[in-house]
Design a binder for this molecule. Structure first.
Ligand code: KG4
Ligand code: ZN
Length: 352
């Protein structure tokens, strides 16, 4: 990674510090290492992900199997991440692990493992919020300087936040039903395009006609900034039953979903006066979404390659920000939280 964006003003620390980040919130075992330079710049030194295959035969994530596989893999993935970074575990200066939201059993594995490493090394431990991690993934590309909007679009979330100042998150809008990535996954399955659906839809869409299936814009005329994907899903089902070709369905759905996400975000930017939007989460990897944001007047910042979907480096980036700004103290007593709204967690806990 060439870019060395800065998190904040330089500190008096003379040497680089290394932050280990762990995410086991769902079915990916992610461990990353970030170098925090004395200047406040950050560089992703390693990002290793073990994507569990065991769930494929069930058509969805089986929580107990996810926890077990995290236990089996985490040591190996941390070893691989340290090797990729060219470091040994003693070089680590701080550890961050996701404490929520996510599957409790899965979260506990990374959280306990991270606390163990931090305690053994006697370094600070930061309990990180999964969504803040997604947002910080974009710090791999560019310095994030509030105020800005943050659109997190993944398999589990569709959240639009206003970030008026560092560490403060105001929820502007969220999905009323399915998450954006979930809609990609379900429509891909319906059209027989495979899993994960996002990349499959994106690939098929290149060969399809986006005008073939007329999707209606969801929540048309709304005053707020909410999202909804169930209407698009139902329309896709009807079109599929009526014999729409999978690639036409993919192209038409992708365009409708992208237009809806971009239009809602642009309206929120106009209403709040924000000029920058961070777009992150698995769906942020989508080419059409990136192109559509590039065509707006907004300055859109996306995570670097490999940092859109769940990963450990994004948690290390959030940990690096905590370490650098001194905004939070070590949180060894943090527990796993299945439901952890970002705004609430920040208001109530010293975690991040
Ligand atoms: O961030 P992530 O790993 O999971 C959650 O935290 O939920 O995101 C996974 C989601 C899946 O729904 C996947 O289909 C979607 O991100 N996704 C995409 C693309 N790549 C992944 N959606 C649209 N276009 C893509 N290129
Ligand atoms: Zn995620």
């Amino acid at each position: 990674m060439n870019a060395v964006p800065s998190l904040a003003a330089p500190t008096d620390s003379a040497a680089s510090r290394y932050v280990l980040g762990i995410d086991t919130s769902c079915d990916d075992t992610g461990v990353g290492v970030v170098e925090l330079l004395p200047s406040g710049g950050v560089q992703v030194r390693a990002n290793r992900i073990w994507s569990q295959q065991v769930h494929a035969r069930y058509g969805g994530v089986m929580p107990e199997l996810a926890s077990r596989e995290h236990v089996e893999r985490i040591d190996e993935i941390m070893g691989a991440a340290l090797k990729e970074a060219g470091l040994s575990v003693e070089d680590i200066d701080a550890v961050a692990a996701t404490s929520g939201p996510g599957l409790v059993g899965a979260l506990l594995v990374g959280l306990m493992y991270g606390k163990g490493v931090a305690q053994a090394l006697d370094v600070p431990f930061f309990a990180a919020h999964h969504l803040e991690g997604h947002i910080f993934a974009a710090a791999s590309e560019e310095e994030l300087r509030a105020p800005y909007l943050a659109l997190v679009v993944s398999g589990g979330h569709t959240h639009l936040f206003d970030v008026p100042e560092e560490g403060k998150y105001v929820l502007v809008g969220a999905t009323r039903d399915d998450a954006a990535g979930e809609a990609f996954d379900k429509i891909a399955r319906l059209a027989g395009l495979g899993y994960p659906g996002g990349p499959a839809i994106s690939e098929a869409a290149r060969r399809g006609n986006p005008d073939a299936v007329p999707f209606k814009e969801p929540l048309q005329g709304q005053k707020g900034f909410e999202f909804s994907f169930s209407g698009l899903k139902t329309a896709a089902l009807l079109a599929h039953k009526a014999g729409a070709k999978p690639e036409d369905l993919a192209a038409s759905f992708e365009r409708a979903a992208v237009r809806f996400l971009v239009k809602t975000t642009v309206r929120a930017a106009e209403a709040s006066g924000r000029g920058t939007v961070v777009v992150s989460g698995g769906v942020a990897a989508n080419r059409a979404l990136r192109a559509a944001f590039a065509a707006t007047d907004l300055h859109a910042v996306f995570p670097g390659a490999g940092l859109n979907t769940d990963n450990g480096a994004m948690i290390a980036l959030a940990g690096a920000a905590a370490l650098h700004t001194g905004r939070s103290s070590s949180t060894l007593d943090a527990g796993a939280e299945a439901y952890a709204p970002l705004a609430r967690l920040l208001a109530e806990s010293p975690a991040l």
